[in-house]
Structure formats: C-alpha cells, structure tokens
Design a binder for this molecule. Sequence first.
Ligand code: PLP
Length: 382
Amino acid sequence: MTWYPARATVDLSAIRHNVAGLVDRVGSAQVMAVVKADAYGHGLVPAAQAALAGGATWLGVAQTSEALALRAAGITEPRLLTWLYAPGAPLAELLTADVDVSVAAAWALEAVAEAARSTGRTARVHLKIDTGLGRNGLTLPMLDDLLPAAMAAQAEGTVQVVGIWSHLAFADSPDHPTVRGQAQVFAQAVDAAQRAGAHLEVRHLANSAAVLTTPEVHYDLVRPGLAVYGLSPIPEQASSAELGLVPAMTLTARLATVKPMPAGRGLSYAHAYTTTQDTTIGIVPLGYADGITRHASGSNARPGGPVQVGGRRLAVSGRVCMDQFVVDLGPGATEQAGDEVVLFGTGADGGPTAEDWAQVAGTISYEIVTRLGARVPREYVG
Ligand SMILES: *Cc1c(COP(=O)(O)O)cnc(C)c1O
C-alpha cells in the first residue's frame, strides 16, 4: 500500500455481519448487496466478496463499468444487475459477462436485443418501472407500449424478462402515502408483464430503509446499499446500533504538525475560526481533495466536523482546505506529530460517526463515505 498520512480501515467482518442480519430479516427474499460507487467508497471487490460471504446472492451496481470490473475480478457466480447506462453502453460485453441489465426505455430494449443478436446470448432483462419516484424507469403507459416488443424479443430468444423492479421516493418515511401508492403501481406493472407472458424470477423494490421498515415490499429480492456498510438509512428514527448494524469504515489520519498558537489568531483560510486562548493546534493532512467536505468547516460559532484526538472530542477549526484542516487541540495538549486523529468510525467508543459528519455538513451519511477520495488508501481488516 502506498504510504499516506491517512487511511480508511474497512472492517470486512462488519460487512459480513450486516449482510447476515439483513438476510435474516427478509426471510425468504434474496439479498442483492448494492456495491455501486466503489461500494459506497469501501472498495468494490473486497466489499462485494464480504457481502457474498454474509449471504447476499445478488450484487447490484449502477454503472456498467462496475459490473464488468466485478466479473473481471473473478466474481462470476452471483447474479449481477447493472441499471444506469446511455446509448453506446458496452451491452454486448455485459451479456458476454453474464450480467443482467435493466431496461428503462424503448431504445434500451432495442439496444439490448441487438447486443444479444450480435453475441448469440439471451439477455436477462429487468424492466425498471417509475412507480412514482419520478426518476429513471418506465411509467405504466410506457410499459404497456414496450411489452409487445419485449415479448417479441423473448419469442425470438434474444431477451428474457426476468425481473420487474422499481425504487421508492420516501423509503425513509414508511408511513408516507406514496409508499403504498408505489406498491400498488408496482403490482399493476407485475400484473401487466405477467399477462403479456413474462416469467418473472424476481420482483424487487426495497432499498435499505424499506428493508428495515417495510416488510410488505420485500417481494423476492431486496437491494440494500447503505445498511450493508453499517450506516442507518433512517438516522432520525434509529441509529446503526439500534438497527444491529456495525459501520464498516473508520477514517483516521496522523497529525502532520502540532504547534503552540497564541490567543486571538485566525486559523486557516479567511480566519473563520479565531483562537480564544493560548492554545495548541494540530494539522490534519486530509482535505476536500480527499473527500472531506468543505461544508464541514468550523467557526467559533459553529464547530466543524467532529474528530477524536487522544480520547477527546474536538472539531474542525476553520476552513477545510484542499489537503488539510486545522484542529484547536486546546491549551496544554500533549499530542505530537504522528498521533492519530479519528474522523469517523463505529462510534462504539463514543467516537464520531459518518452520521455525525453528515449532520454538521447538512447532508446524508451516504455522501460522507461515498465521496471519500480515491487517493486515501483503503486498508482491509476482518
Ligand atoms: C443505490 C440504490 C439502492 C441502494 O439504496 P440504499 O438506500 O443505499 O439501500 C437500491 N436501489 C437502487 C435503484 C439504487 O440506486
């Protein structure tokens, strides 16, 4: 591993534990571990392998490149679905690699059928339905228009419609009326596909929040992402610990410099933070180029992203820069260059969590882990 003054330690046993818990929770439904976006920043291949070891039987990714990378890494057994592509996507390569593809538009069905003809493969297709999210997917009228072509392709042997799937707009608010409304539209889509002649293997709708809150929408397969990595998709309602999840990623850095600083000095760009007493400051060699959001900058009025140093809970003091930020370690601090700073981890020892950073930055924990920069080495344990 390249030397770097910081690292993300990824506990693969936490991923196995989280997935095993999700598998237990959903009974007869299968679990597709969503490993898009480099497994939410945790590392595509190691995270996928851990999820499979935990009992996932499917993997899901947004990008076609991610699907091909998984197959190229020798993950050939589990079913694998990719769902977001534009004209020109390497569909023939995907079919040859035995990847299931989502179809969310008429052009995509034609392109998939064409790729099947060119490779001699039968494409396994999951029709994506916009049941109300208002994002990608076929509305019911679009589905009605597309089904004849899909069934013709099925008769021709180029396409097999194996799945109907969709995604919720308010999965984290299980009582929101759209959840039931989307489930009803979903049932209509399943019915339409079956009446047209599709032999569905899997109907799937639930992401992490729906897996944890809404058993009625588990169907044959669920698609948790965030919960696989141990973060709560419903932080207002339940913490990771309350859900039996263990955050898999711990982000730490080594102090680059520790130095005394008199009272009344501004720290970092624009002096957003001013020392209020004679103190000691530490330089943490991680910045927004590493994915530490500038929205976690701190001022005297509002502490920035939380860090744990020497067992104390401190905060980003001043602006987060491209490669570094400053922490006011307090008067009499005994830290030295090289000492460890924890940005986030399991939270088990009272340390900060990705969720804490999300709250300071006004975002969601998904973004905190996913945006972690590629230049921060991942170290695998467990
Ligand atoms: C990202 C994604 C998921 C996983 O969502 P989580 O909220 O992380 O569980 C599931 N389905 C689709 C379509 C997605 O894009």
